[in-house]
Design a protein around this ligand. Sequence first.
Ligand code: BGC
Length: 286
Amino acid sequence: MKLIKFIMILQHMKARCGIYPRSTIQRFSVPDDKVSWNVEYKEYNPPNYTSASIYGKPWADPDIADSNFKPNWNSLDGNVNRKSHMGLYQITNGYPINPVGRTGICGRGVLGRWGPNHAADPVVTRWKRLNNGEMEIDKLNNKPILQFIAIKRGDTGEWALPGGMVDPGEKVAATAVREFQEEAMNSFVATEEQKAEWSQIFDKFFSGGVEVYSGYVDDPRNTDNSWMETVAYNFHDHDGSTVGKLKLNAGDDAVGVRWVDITPDIKLYASHKDIVEEVSKRLTLE
Ligand code: BGC
């Protein structure tokens, strides 16, 4: 049975704080009690911002006002998935509306799609081991320590899951595996010999993913009209004999990669902390 867990994001924090990424645009202030669209906020007057850098990109939509742009909201629109994991989203004056609430900015910011922008995240885990191969036990709670593969994002410098955007028409699970290979193994520069060696390990290991989250992500790039969603899969190397042994090598958008202990004080990009904690809960209960 496929296990699906929705981590309920009732509010967003990172999606309504301060200056919008890669810009000097200040978000309009949205206090906690004004996030919901159901609460009246008469003074609400968010700046409208769409980065010049996204125009003409193959992964970006045209402007809503463009008469050639006829999106099918809440549907699979050709190869582009405009469905949300959060249910049906509203369209107001032609613009899709963020299902979690106000973000203090409208337009698309640096995101390519109006409405949901879909990503996939691999959570590759192993138990931390001592040099003699035995599992290391956390002295504070007497439990084994779970580790996952994190990359350092080139854009914000934060540690994150090695995920990425789903290409049009691509299966989400395939995105998770492709992104892992690009960002954590630097598959772009790998030799044919290395790739052949990995494929023996990867094919089996990555066919055993468990879906642990699908839904909205509290991402700093979100706006009132464009937002990130992800599907996260856990791939667990129970005895540390496969991926747990591989040499990691940061590539693509990543500037660093390492195994990170999952501890309560961990700090990660967007909602990735919620996702790894969910994985940790599941594996510790097994
Ligand atoms: C990242 C994913 C992340 C998503 C939402 C993408 O750019 O690659 O790891 O889950 O954004 O924040």
